[in-house]
Design a protein around this ligand. Structure first.
Ligand SMILES: [Zn+2]
Length: 114
């Protein structure tokens, strides 16, 4: 990995971190407890609860991604960054640019069905 490539991935991680943090803030608002007397508009209470469950699931996923990205950010300057944790091959740059929190190459990720 060239220093330029590493810098590109680092800024991608920072972008994604900001994006996920914003997503989490939005989802936290959506999953805030529903006040019993709040005006429901067109949605029934049941619909609001279903909506919240979807948001809670999304929030959970976003928090997992935040953890992974934070971990990737802490490692991005280390020599071992971009190596597959399983087979120690380099993870293709295109994959890292798309999913910078990847810790496995495509093949190992597929085997682990991640
Ligand atoms: Zn691998």
């Amino acid at each position: 990995m060239s220093p330029q490539e590493r810098a590109d991935i680092k800024s991608k991680i920072i972008n994604d971190l900001n994006f996920v943090k914003k997503e989490i803030a939005d989802l936290q608002e959506k999953t805030a407890p529903i006040a019993p007397d709040c005006s429901l508009g067109r949605l029934t209470r049941q619909e609001m609860i279903q909506e919240q469950q979807v948001s809670e699931h999304a929030l959970h996923e976003a928090e997992i991604r935040l953890n992974k990205l934070t971990f990737a950010f802490s490692k991005v300057d280390k020599e071992s960054f971009g190596e597959c944790m399983e087979c120690e091959e380099d993870i293709p740059l295109a994959r890292l640019m798309l999913v910078p929190e990847s810790v496995y190459c495509m093949e190992c990720a597929r085997e682990k069905s991640l």
